[in-house]
Design a protein around this ligand. Structure first.
Ligand code: FAD
Ligand code: SF4
Length: 515
């Protein structure tokens, strides 16, 4: 009995269920670098380097561990660049009785894998992806019959299930959530710890050369690649985070500072999502810092909530709502994505800082994604699908199951409020409070309608006027509409004129230029 085990780029875990259920002596692993995936959206070149290099290192580790691995590189002459045809070729090379695949994280790929049984007339076994704390079916049970699917209640279930930060059946410290103590603005003169950087080895250097040659016009710089590409690197990054940054994570997780792309963030999303780290081991390492007395509860609880709360919750939403979720567009937004999303060429300093660091590192932290690029796209009325394609491409941690609910749901309110009770729209004043970006901007955050007024201000009001029929009546927006009602007609008109001027000045992007 011989088994073919295809392993995808986000399944780089040595304890993957498909491996656990297979016999090393007779199984054949298949790993492929396919253009089909690399070209669905313009993926950042550092993201491609990270994933291809991590795959190559993982394949080598499997071989060292005694597995037989067929590895098809992007530039292999025979590579057909599609998963299905590569499986077919592998079946031609080897005498295979069964295909065994760990449940893919992507809905489309999952459907593709299911189709192989009939196509190849072979048994296809999907093994559960037990690297998550909850299974999609468990989320479906939790969601059944609920009017609102609030993350906070799901998170409490996950706390009970894992026992993380629990004192018997009560939450540690007597509260489930310590956010009131978190989310402070940045303080001037703060020092930010250095982050771990890994010198590219020969494998990574080869991948960098390959990506440079194969994708010469693709989005994102290749210079200075410094992310880890192995489990060992990922564990070292986790160790560094718990030693130096978790202590301030909660307090400053929403703060933004010019020239400081990483601050106190963990920088582990891409390790978690590719399988190099496990969520539970990350949370246990962080919880230990609290029990050892080395980090406060507000920081540790805030962090663990992101992983066993938000991360698990968005995956549940994804599988519950796909495939239709992708097409949701509550506001009916149709505007093109401005070209500066790809180039960073804008005089709005908050956007420039966020996009420039995205170009350089394939990374921006949560509040930059939500309240700078996401907020701008929302209030400018950009097509949420275009926004989704951009986020899926540009971040090293972006995989559809986690990116889509965050972008289309949380950030663009495309699902009409399944994920959030109100749109994450803000004027410049929020950005000014939570960052130092406005100090170095050509626009004045205190102005609304003048030539040098912050564009976020007029767009913010224009967004609420434009979408009044959909949003008035939302209890969380009562204050916004009360303020609008008090506004005189002249100011409303001036805001509309200024918003139109800003929107007319946006140049459409040609995503195909970056492919
Ligand atoms: P930290 O800020 O240090 O947080 C620690 C970990 O918590 C993260 O690594 C991540 O695993 C988890 N986490 C935090 N927030 C979320 C969240 N909202 N959803 C899921 N997990 C979360 N995260 C991705 O992993 N992939 C994406 O493609 C992605 N796209 C996003 C798109 C938008 C528009 C927004 C607003 C958020 C998105 N996020 C995404 C969530 C979050 O921004 C990233 O997880 C985080 O910035 C990764 O950086 P970090 O590892 O330094 O995380
Ligand atoms: Fe951004 Fe407006 Fe502040 Fe400039 S003034 S950095 S555009 S919020």
């Amino acid at each position: 009995m011989s088994t073919l085990i295809p392993i995808f780029a986000d399944h780089l875990s040595h304890d993957l269920s498909a491996l656990q259920f297979s016999d090393k002596a007779s199984a054949r692993i298949l790993m492929v670098e396919v253009r089909e995936e690399a070209e669905t959206v313009p993926h950042h070149r550092k993201k491609m380097v990270f994933l291809f290099s991590a795959m190559r290192h993982f394949a080598q580790e499997l071989r060292d561990d005694g597995w037989s691995v067929d590895y098809i590189a992007l530039t292999d002459a025979e590579n057909t660049h599609r998963f299905t045809s590569e499986v077919k070729r592998a079946l031609g090379r080897h005498d295979i009785d069964e295909i065994m695949v760990c449940q893919p994280g992507n809905w489309r790929v999952q459907e593709l894998v299911k189709s192989w049984e009939e196509m190849f007339d072979l048994r296809v076994t999907l093994t559960p992806d037990d690297r998550f704390i909850s299974a999609p079916a468990e989320f479906e049970d939790w969601a059944a019959g609920r009017k609102q699917l609030r993350m906070e209640y799901f998170y409490r279930e996950m706390r009970r299930k894992t026992g993380l930060l629990m004192d018997g059946d009560k939450p540690e410290g007597g509260q489930w959530n310590f956010d009131k103590e978190n989310r402070k603005p940045p303080k001037g003169g703060m020092d930010y710890p250095d982050i771990p950087r890994f010198d590219p080895d020969a494998i990574t250097r080869n991948v960098i050369d390959m990506v440079a040659a194969e994708f010469p016009t693709r989005f994102g710089t290749l210079d200075g690649f410094h992310w880890g590409v192995t489990r060992q690197d990922a564990l070292a990054s986790l160790k560094d985070f718990v030693a130096h940054r978790i202590q301030n994570f909660g307090l400053y997780q929403d703060a933004m500072v010019g020239g400081e792309p990483f601050m106190f963030h963990a920088l582990i999303g891409f390790y978690l999502n590719s399988g190099l780290l496990r969520p539970l081991e990350v949370c246990e390492a962080v919880a230990k810092v609290y029990t050892d007395g080395d980090a406060p509860l507000n920081a540790v609880e805030g962090f663990i909530r992101q992983i066993i709360g938000w991360r698990e919750y968005v995956r549940g939403i994804y599988f519950l709502k796909m495939p239709d979720y992708k097409d949701e567009n509550f506001f009916g937004n149709r505007r093109y994505l401005p070209d500066f999303f790809w180039t960073g060429e804008t005089e709005m300093n908050c956007l420039k800082q966020t996009i420039d660091q995205t170009i350089e590192h394939a990374y921006a932290h949560h509040i930059q994604r939500l309240m700078i690029t996401g907020n701008f796209a929302l209030i400018a009325g950009i097509d949420p699908f275009k926004v989704h394609e951009w986020y899926l491409g540009v971040y090293a941690d972006a995989f559809e199951w986690v990116e889509l609910p965050n972008t289309l749901g949380m950030s663009q309110f495309g699902d009409g409020g399944l994920l959030g009770s109100k749109p994450y729209a803000s004027s410049g004043s929020y950005i000014n409070r939570m960052s130092d970006y406005c100090q170095d901007c050509r626009y004045k955050v205190s102005k609304r309608v003048e030539d040098d007024a912050c564009p976020f201000n007029s767009l913010y009001w224009d967004f609420h006027i434009r979408n009044e029929d959909r949003l008035r009546g939302n209890p969380r927006l009562n204050m916004v509409y009360r303020n609008l009602d008090k506004m005189d007609a002249e100011l409303r008109e001036a805001l509309g004129r200024r918003a139109k001027y800003v929107l007319d000045g946006l140049t459409p992007s040609k995503a195909e230029d970056y492919l």
